[in-house]
Design a protein around this ligand. Structure first.
Ligand code: DX5
Ligand code: ZN
Length: 232
């Protein structure tokens, strides 16, 4: 592993895990050196799919000490925050498109002592987060349209990442960039990191029948050797 690759955080998405042994899969990710556990909450309204809610998030939380990277793909998430967010170690990501009062929602999450992130869909411009950027720990640039695992990476997201990285650097913020969707141990991960991503979410590339969770995480990290975050 190169020293640069060490700065990139790997966040396996449990959406692709075997739910019959969810706790074990969460522990496997932790043992394999994952930095975060990405947890996708879908309401069947903001996105067409429904995943799971509070009860399953609690089960995941009690299976691992990893910080949860909670991706709320839900319309108007404010009402769900008390049930879903229980530890200050949780990172809470809401979608800009799902919040009528994004500034208020960001404030609510920060008040609870959590790190806060805002996610933007492939068709959503950077302007949707610019006015709250100073308050954000993370911006999640979606590299697929949210709702399903196993979709193909949308290359146009790279230009958005590069532009956001430039704005964050220019303003001197510590905001991290995260990518989610279609990330694999190939150019999708390398190009995303080169464009400025510091947190890589991967679902089907990590939880699959072809390799162990450990081998998959190693492959993802190995693939980043020599890539400098933000170099492109
Ligand atoms: C998609 C979810 C992703 C999903 C990624 O809407 O937000 O986190 O699990 O899955 P892969 O890595 O398979 O594209
Ligand atoms: Zn996600």
């Amino acid at each position: 592993m190169s020293s640069n690759a060490a700065h990139v955080q790997i966040a396996p998405s449990v959406l692709a895990a075997d739910f019959g042994r969810l706790a074990q899969q969460a522990r496997e990710a932790e043992a394999a050196g994952a930095d975060l556990l990405h947890v996708d909450i879908m309401d069947g309204r903001f996105v067409p799919n429904i995943s799971f809610g509070e009860v399953v998030v609690d089960a995941i939380r009690s299976a691992t000490d990893l910080p949860l990277n909670l991706h709320l793909m839900v319309h108007e998430p404010d009402r769900l925050l008390p049930g879903l967010v229980k530890e200050t170690t949780d990172q809470v990501l809401v979608h800009a498109e799902a919040c009528a009062h994004l500034h208020r929602t960001v404030g609510l999450i920060k008040e609870r002592g959590n790190q806060v992130g805002v996610a933007i869909n492939p068709a959503t411009p950077i302007a949707a987060v610019e006015e709250v950027l100073a308050d954000l720990d993370i911006v999640l640039v979606m590299t697929v349209n949210p709702g399903f695992g196993g979709q193909s990476f949308i290359p146009a997201a790279l230009s958005k990442l590069r532009r956001l990285y430039g704005i964050i650097r220019e303003r001197g913020y510590a905001t991290q960039l995260e990518v989610d969707g279609g990330i694999k141990a190939d150019a999708t991960a390398r190009d995303s990191v080169a464009a400025g991503a510091q947190i890589l979410v991967a679902g089907t590339a990590i939880f699959n029948r072809e390799q162990s969770v450990e081998a998959a995480i190693d492959a993802l990290r190995g693939n980043l050797a020599g890539v400098t975050p933000g170099e492109a």
